[in-house]
Design a protein around this ligand. Structure first.
Ligand code: GLN
Length: 296
């Protein structure tokens, strides 16, 4: 019965509303109805330039076979829990549009809170600040800071050439300048420059937490940006702090996103390195997520 139904839609019917119903039938159990509606909205806006209000007002809107093709392809990918952001190739972060591919992590709302905190803390300082984003990925942190702090000189460091290409593209599309550095923070890069602000959202999910991570993340997002060993989960923070001891100005600010289960341990690491005014902050889901500190 069900197959016949699908066949009928594919061969005869090109009413957008019918395709939407098919999305609900196939995906609601996996994602929930609301999220599926949201996916469909994003897809018709992207592929058909069609607004959901237009569809609501005229439920009989039809499309050609050629136009429906990407919607069916997207449906197959969503069934396999492939992230919608990689399907359409972009997402929004801090009111800006960012290109994303499987070479970069999809920007998260928690990370917007990190950016907001930095912007609020430093926006009144009226001299050009040098800001370094370590492990920039898509460049979401670096680009949003550059956009909202027009006098800042922003540097974006990553080990991945692919990621840095995306970050550079995102800087260009959002009309800001980024200074790109390809280095591994684990090797404590020798950079002859002092920064006013260092920020990082490094990999922090332990292997032992893999089972708690959703399939869409675990199967598709870059593991190099996500996972750390159970034996040394704070390795990136150790290197970032070693680097900051050398390259962050006296009184300079450091901001990191952290593993929610390792709030106290990460804080202790900052204390052991004698950073000042250490703040451990929760995100909107009440999980420990941000540490801010001042260079002594
Ligand atoms: N917050 C991300 C997640 O839950 C992880 C980001 C990171 O490792 N830096 O998937």
């Amino acid at each position: 019965m069900f197959c016949l139904d699908v066949e009928k839609i594919i061969t005869l019917c090109m009413v957008v509303k019918e395709i939407k119903n098919l999305f609900h039938r196939e995906l609601d159990t996996l994602y929930g109805r609301e999220e599926v509606s949201h996916f469909f909205q994003l897809l018709i806006a992207h592929y058909l330039n069609l607004d959901r209000m237009v569809l609501a007002l005229d439920p009989n809107i039809t499309i050609t076979k050629q136009e429906e093709q990407p919607l069916f392809e997207a449906l197959q990918l969503l069934k396999q829990e492939y992230p919608i952001q990689y399907i359409i190739g972009y997402t929004h972060f801090y009111d800006l549009k960012f290109k994303v591919t499987p070479s970069v992590l999809i920007p998260r709302p928690e990370t917007e809170e990190l950016v907001r905190k930095i912007v609020e803390d430093v926006k009144e300082i009226n001299r050009p600040l040098r800001i370094l984003d370590i492990g920039t990925g898509s460049g979401c942190i670096a680009v949003s800071l550059a956009k909202n702090l027009p006098d800042a000189i922003v540097f974006a460091l990553d080990i991945s050439e692919e990621a840095l290409k995306i970050a550079a593209e995102n800087a260009l599309n959002n009309e800001v300048r980024l200074n790109i550095i390809q280095e591994s923070i684990l090797e404590l890069p020798d950079i002859a420059m002092m920064f006013d602000v260092i920020v990082s959202n490094p990999p922090y999910v332990r292997e032992l937490e893999k089972d708690t991570i959703k399939n869409n993340v675990k199967l598709n997002e870059p593991h190099i940006a996500l996972f750390v060993s159970d034996e040394d989960p704070l390795i990136f923070y150790k290197r970032i702090l070693d680097f900051s001891e050398k390259n962050l100005k006296k009184g300079g600010l450091i901001y990191v996103e952290i593993n929610q289960y390792l709030g106290k341990e990460t804080r202790q690491l900052f204390e052991s390195k004698f950073f000042l005014e250490i703040e451990l902050q929760k995100d909107f889901l009440e999980n420990y997520r941000i540490i801010k500190a001042v260079q002594p």
